[in-house]
Design a protein around this ligand. Structure first.
Ligand SMILES: NC(=O)C1=CN([C@@H]2O[C@H](COP(=O)(O)OP(=O)(O)OC[C@H]3O[C@@H](n4cnc5c(N)ncnc54)[C@H](OP(=O)(O)O)[C@@H]3O)[C@@H](O)[C@H]2O)C=CC1
Ligand SMILES: Cc1cn([C@H]2C[C@H](O)[C@@H](COP(=O)(O)OP(=O)(O)O[C@H]3O[C@@H](C)C(=O)[C@@H](O)[C@H]3O)O2)c(=O)[nH]c1=O
Length: 297
């Protein structure tokens, strides 16, 4: 069976390639091989390769840049998932799609439920929401995993930015009023595999179609995440320039950016945990695994 992974060179897509390799033939074209903003080329690719499962990990993830490139963001984040979902519905194959905490409005302090009202604050969040809605309303068998603050040993992410800055500088100011859960790409791929079932060489969905939050347990701020990155890195015996007291918390208003980020990105895990019969690990234990992988490279 052909498994079509979009964004296979990205953080999540790369981990999906590793996780799903035993289940079939992985098709993960690079941007040069298939430009995903070219709907005609995508249609031709699907018709040629007839995948039995689509894992859509491609996205326009440059949150600030999306404010000035809304059409590019919409191509990737809304129109592509709509096209893939329409194809999946017609062919009767499952589609797994990934989404974000940035679809929520970020007010209050309670965790969002999957059916909480959305209210994106940014072009990125708005276009991702349009993609979610297209998948959910397509009639295809689907899983939409909403995750947050993704990082990995490879790719561009906050963990690697902090390690670079922590080696260069003795002190850093990091926002401490945005609260969420840092999620390793590998955990996302592992849970995705748990959501799929292999029957007679065909992959189907193991849990009902719908939106599921996919984050580790616990919550922190970006400053809390940075501090834990530095603490665990020191414990691993690495030398850092940043001092143990060098990570100062600042409010979001003191770190102006083109795109507005939600303050409250807490996401309830009950739906995912009960559907899969699992307890998600803590974000701190997951950081330890990813940091180890990165430092051992
Ligand atoms: N990163 C995060 O913090 C979060 C991500 N998510 C969601 O998780 C999913 C995966 O994100 P993540 O792995 O971090 O994303 P990345 O930015 O790491 O990867 C995105 C992938 O999409 C590919 N891509 C983008 N534009 C095109 C194009 N025109 N043609 C072909 N390929 C293209 C990129 O290709 P190339 O390698 O050539 O650039 C890259 O491989 C996305 O749906 C994202 O919205 C949700 C919450 C947080
Ligand atoms: C580098 C740096 C960042 N920050 C802040 C800015 C921002 O509020 C926060 C995180 O910065 P980033 O630019 O990594 O964040 P951002 O790109 O907004 O990350 C988001 O990406 C998209 C794709 C998602 O879907 C979200 O879940 C989330 O992970 O940290 C500091 O306060 N100090 C610093 O030195």
């Amino acid at each position: 069976m052909n498994i079509f992974i979009t964004g296979g060179n990205g953080q999540v897509g790369f981990e999906l390639q590793r996780q799903f390799a035993p289940f079939g033939t992985i098709l993960a074209p690079t941007r040069q091989e298939l430009d995903l903003t070219n709907a005609e080329a995508v249609g031709t690719y699907l018709a040629k390769h007839q995948p039995g499962l689509i894992l859509n990990a491609a996205a326009y993830t440059a949150v600030d840049k999306a404010e000035s490139e809304p059409q590019q963001a919409r191509h990737l984040n809304a129109e592509l998932p709509a096209q893939l979902a329409e194809y999946a519905a017609k062919q009767g194959i499952p589609l797994v799609h990934y989404s974000t905490d940035y679809v929520y409005p970020g007010n209050g302090e309670n965790p969002w439920q999957e059916d909480s009202p959305t209210g994106p604050l940014s072009v990125y969040g708005q276009t991702k929401l349009e993609g979610d809605e297209a998948v959910v309303n397509s009639g295809a068998s689907h899983l939409v995993f909403r995750t947050s603050w993704v990082y990995a040993a490879r790719g561009n992410n906050f963990m690697k930015t902090m390690l670079r800055l922590g080696r260069e500088r003795e002190a850093l100011s990091i926002v401490n009023d945005q609260i969420g859960a840092p999620t390793p790409a590998r955990l996302i791929a592992q849970v995705t595999a748990l959501g799929c079932a292999l029957n007679d060489s065909i992959l189907t969905l193991h849990i009902p179609s719908g939106i599921y939050h996919l984050v580790p347990r616990g919550e922190t701020s970006w400053q809390g995440f940075a501090s834990e990155i530095f603490n665990q890195t020191r414990e691993a015996g690495e030398i850092l320039a940043i001092t143990p007291e060098g990570t100062a918390g600042i409010p979001t208003v003191d770190y102006p950016t083109p795109a507005q980020r939600p303050l409250n990105s807490r996401m309830a895990l009950g739906k995912l945990e009960s559907a899969l019969g699992i307890t998600m690990p803590t974000w701190q234990s997951q950081l330890g695994l990813t940091l180890r992988e990165y430092l051992d490279q």
